[in-house]
Design a protein around this ligand. Sequence first.
Ligand code: 8YV
Length: 329
Amino acid sequence: MQKILVARPIFPDVIERLKQYFDVDWNNGDALPADELARRLADKDGALTAGDPIGAAELAAAPKLRVVANMAVGYNNFDMAAFNAANVLGTNTPDVLNETTADFGWALMMATARRITESEHFLRAGKWQKWAYDMMLGADVYGSTLGIVGMGRIGQAIARRAKGFNMRVVYHNRSRVAPEIEAELNAEYRTKEALLREADHVVLVLPYTPENHHTIGAAEFALMKPTATLTNIARGGIVDDAALAEALRERRIAAAGLDVFEGEPSVHPALLTVPNVVLTPHIASASEATRRAMANLAADNLIAALGAGPRAGRPPNPINSAVMGKTRS
Ligand code: 8YV
C-alpha cells in the first residue's frame, strides 16, 4: 500500500476515505515544525497539507513523494520551482470556496464600513448610555464604489454581489478579464493607483507572490480616500501590516478588515491597539459545507494523482500538470 501523510487535523470521515486507498500517517495535532514534517514525509508517496511550507528541503528529504495536495486555493506555501525541479505534483482546491469566501469578504467589508465590532465592544463595555446623532458613524456601502484588487473567481463572485448594493465596481488585475465578464459584472479596469484613488471600499483577493509582497503599503494608503476602507481576505504579506496600523492610527484611511496577517497566527501588535480595524483569524472559507468540500477535493486530488480511485491518473486540480508522468527526480 502507498503511504501518505495528512499533515493537519481534518474531518475524520475524509481520513477514512483516504484509508481505503493508503496507509495513512495522520498528524491530528498542531502544525508540524519543519524538521518533524521532513521526518514524517521521508517514506511517503503523497501528502495532504493545509498551508504547510513545502520546499526543496522537504522534497529532498522525501525521495518517493510524488504529490502534495493543498487544502486551499492559495498555494504560496509551495515552492513551485522546487516542485518542478523534483517532478513533484502540487494540487489545490479552487472553486469550491468561491461563494463562501465572497460572502465573508462582504461580511468583513460591511462590518468594517459600519463599525460593527467596535460598536459591540462599546456596548459590552457599558459605554452605551444615550442616543447620540454621531454615535459610531460609518461609511455607506450601498451606492458607493467598490475596488476589487484581484479579479479571479473569488473577486468575480464579490463583484456579482455588488449589483444588489447598486455599487460602481472598479477592479485591478494582472491582466484584464474578458470583455464579456467585465460587461456581466459591470466592472471597469483601473491601474492599481487609479483604483486606490477612486474606491470607497477596497477589497484584496489576489494570490500572494514574492512580486506582490507589500503591494499595499504607506505609498498606497496615501493615495486612498481618508474615508475609505481596506479589506484583506487574500494573504498576509500583500499588505504591510506595520504601515497599515500607522495609517489606521493616523486616520489616513477610515478602517480596515483583516482576515489574513503577515506571520499569522501572530498579529502585528500595533493592529491590536487600533480601534478602527476588524480582525478575524483566517476564516473566510470556514463554513461547514465549504471546508468539507475543500477536504474532499484535496483527498480526490491525492487519490487520483497516486493512481487510485475513479479518476486514477487525472487529478482534478493539478497546479503544475507538466510534471505529470515524469519520473521523480
Ligand atoms: C485555507 C485559504 O483555509 O484556500 C485558501 O487559500 O486561504 C483558506 O481557505 C487556508 O489557506 C488553509 O490552508
